[in-house]
Each structure stands twice: as structure tokens, then as C-alpha cells.
Design a protein around this ligand. Structure first.
Ligand code: SF4
Ligand code: SF4
Length: 370
């Protein structure tokens, strides 16, 4: 639960903004805020997850530090968001991982690497790591198909369960019955805003990121990460279809769908995650929250290393280093997916839920104005 001081500070800053309203054209946060006179814990959780951290309101604000009002909306929203992630996650005993994302990602990925290496040496023998494998089923001579698919499936189902519980908790807390979620118009509007990153456009000129000048670079890099991730998921799904329904085993030819989708997605992820890391490194720390920053960096580094090792594996799959590279790549994938529910990826779930709520509120406002 957010500290009472943070909730009090949230209410204070929102009340100032509500009187000022200078930033209402930047994003969804301000129009949603204007529908409220007092700011409960649920209101603040909702508003925080509507914020895309574009920072336009910070650099535009006449009351930002060093002004005595000390208004710093991006920092406030980032602090509230991390509390949302911790409060709504499941099980509660793992919520501490949100506080130690970097350490958690390193330890879990390192442990996955050691366990994988140990199991391969134990069951497959040392030679599979030093031999060139080129025929169909080459990867499975290093890590058997069942070992490569069943644990990831369990991890993915676990992650989906955690996110589903979190989304239901968030939706209930922010004042909606589950039946209100079944609103086709609102779901469509929220999906369009999420896929288009509408509120990373600020008022149209983009984010004030990494510093005090407008730029669309953060939005485009985020698009590369998002669509790269989806393309890689599509690649894995097509490969599973080939394996189970066409009895066609990996590795696939360079011009096959799994390789083309995986390569385009991997390159997108590599450029997107690398670019976002660079922007984070250059970014102004004043409007940021330290915990959110470490969560961002841990997630981006894992994405970057996963795509890098995946592309290296593709390039060197017909050489003797394939076995070692496969293990490193699988360890990165394991680290990424095990930490997914307890790190930055949580923003996808809560922000989408907040966008759906905003779409419902907007429609009510629009129909009330007629
Ligand atoms: S962030 Fe500053 S300028 Fe913007 S609405 Fe709030 S008080 Fe006004
Ligand atoms: S940082 Fe950007 S998205 Fe967040 S409240 Fe300010 S203007 Fe809106």
C-alpha cells in the first residue's frame, strides 16, 4: 500500500494542477484529473497508470522546483505506479522484487544459466557443447524439445495468471465492476491509444525526453520494442505450428516465416531497447523516481541481451559455438520471462486497464456534454 505521505503528496499536487490546468492538452491524465475534486488512493492509482512519463508537464510547469509548490508530476506518477505494481501483484510475498529489479534480474538470469548448463552437462554430455550440429533438430541435440518448451510454457502461464489477478484487482480498486470491462467501444479506443502510443505524443510534438526539448525518438524506440516483441512472439508461435502440425523441426531456413519474423523482431528489439537505454542514461533525473528507473533499466537490459543472443545464435547456428550460445540465449529468455510479472512489463497491464477506464469516462463526458 502506498505510504500515506505519498498519497497526501499526490492529492496536494493534483489539487494544484486542478486549479491550474495549463497542461490539459498534453495527455489523458489532466482531463481525467479534471473530473475529480478529491483524489483518493484509487484515483491516484488510476491517474498514475495513465501517465506515459513524457515529462512535457514538468518542463512546462511554472510551479516545478525550485518553486515552493514543488510540482513534479512525472516523478510523483512514477512513484505511485511502482506502488500500484507492488500492491496489486500476486503473491504478495514476491512484491519485493519490484524494489530490487536489477538485483532480481541478475540473480534469476545467472541461476537459470547455471541450472541449464548443469543439466545439459549432466544429461547430454560435454561433447554436445563443442560439436557442430546442422541437420533438422540440431538445437534439440543440445537441449531436448520438451525441456525447451514445457518450462517456458509453465512460466508463461504463471505470468499470465499474475497479470490477470493484478488487472482484476486494479479494476476493482479503481471503482469498476468486472461487467463494465465488456465495453467494445472503450476496449477499441484503449487498444488504439495503446498501439499508437497516443499519449507519448504529448501535445503533438512528442516527449521532453531525455531533456527539455520535444522529440519523437522515445515514442519510435518504444514502438520498435513493442512491435519487435510481438514479432518475436509470432515467430515462436509459427515455429511451434511447424513443429507440431507439419513435423518440421528447427533450425528453419533463412527465408522461412519463423526466421524472418524473429530476425525483424529481434533487430527491432535490439535497436529499440538499446536506444531507450541510451535515452535513459542521458535523461534528466529530477523528474524520475529511482525505483522506476532501475526497473526500466533491468527490463531493457534483459530485452537487449535476449535479442542480441538470439541474433548471434541465428548467425552462428552452423558453427561449434551454437550449443553454448543456445544455453546463454535460453538463460536470457528464462530471466526475462520469470521476472516479467515483477518488473517493468507490468506497466502494459495496468496502463491498458487505465486506458480502458479513461475511454469509458471520456464517452460519459462526451455524452454528458451533448
Ligand atoms: S504541471 Fe504545473 S503547469 Fe501543469 S497543470 Fe500542473 S501546476 Fe499547472
Ligand atoms: S509526464 Fe506526460 S503523460 Fe505524464 S502527466 Fe505529465 S504530460 Fe501527462
Amino acid at each position: 500500500m502506498p505510504a500515506p505521505e505519498l498519497l497526501k503528496e499526490g492529492g496536494r499536487q493534483m489539487t494544484i494542477c486542478n486549479a491550474c490546468r495549463y497542461c490539459e492538452g498534453y495527455c489523458a491524465v489532466f482531463p481525467a484529473m479534471e473530473q475529480r475534486r478529491i483524489f483518493t488512493k484509487a484515483d491516484l492509482a488510476y491517474l498514475a497508470n495513465l501517465c506515459f512519463d513524457c515529462r512535457d508537464c514538468y518542463y512546462a510547469c511554472q510551479y516545478a522546483p525550485p518553486h515552493e509548490f514543488g510540482v513534479n508530476i512525472p516523478k510523483l506518477m512514477a512513484e505511485l505506479r511502482t506502488e500500484t505494481y507492488r500492491e496489486f501483484t500476486w503473491p504478495a510475498m514476491l512484491s519485493g522484487l519490484f524494489k530490487r529489479s536489477g538485483l532480481g534480474a541478475c540473480l534469476i538470469t545467472g541461476a537459470a544459466l547455471i541450472v541449464l548448463l548443469f543439466l545439459v552437462l549432466l544429461f547430454m554430455g560435454r561433447d554436445v557443447l563443442l560439436t557442430t550440429h546442422i541437420a533438422a533438430g540440431a538445437f534439440y541435440r543440445v537441449v531436448p524439445y520438451a525441456a525447451m518448451t514445457v518450462p517456458p510454457l509453465i512460466i508463461a502461464l504463471y505470468g499470465l495468471t499474475v497479470f490477470l489477478i493484478g488487472a482484476v484487482r486494479f479494476w476493482r480498486e479503481t471503482g469498476g465492476g468486472l461487467s463494465t470491462l465488456l465495453d467494445g467501444g472503450a476496449l477499441w479506443r484503449a487498444t488504439r491509444d495503446a498501439f499508437g502510443l497516443t499519449y507519448m505524443k504529448g501535445g503533438g510534438a512528442g516527449c521532453d525526453y531525455p531533456g527539455a526539448s520535444f522529440s519523437q525518438s522515445r515514442r519510435w524506440l518504444h514502438h520498435l520494442v513493442f512491435y519487435g516483441f510481438l514479432l518475436d512472439l509470432a515467430s515462436t508461435s509459427v515455429a511451434a505450428f511447424y513443429h507440431h502440425f507439419l513435423a518440421w523441426q528447427a533450425p528453419y531456413p533463412l527465408l522461412s516465416w519463423p526466421v524472418v519474423l524473429g530476425t525483424v523482431g529481434g533487430v527491432g528489439l535490439l535497436i529499440g531497447a538499446g536506444g531507450l537505454l541510451y535515452l535513459k542514461w542521458k535523461s534528466d533525473r529530477d523528474p524520475s523516481a529511482a525505483r522506476m528507473l532501475s526497473m526500466d533499466v533491468a527490463f531493457l537490459v534483459l530485452l537487449f541481451l535476449t535479442s542480441l543472443t538470439g541474433l548471434l545464435l541465428l548467425a552462428l547456428r552452423e558453427t561449434a559455438v551454437m550449443g553454448a550460445l543456445l544455453i546463454v540465449h535460453l538463460a536470457m529468455v528464462a530471466g526475462l520471462f520469470i521476472t516479467l510479472p515483477y518488473g517493468k512489463f507490468a506497466h502494459v497491464v495496468y496502463r491498458y486497464a487505465a486506458l480502458v477506464r479513461y475511454a469509458i469516462e471520456q464517452r460519459r463526458m462526451e455524452s454528458g456534454a451533448r
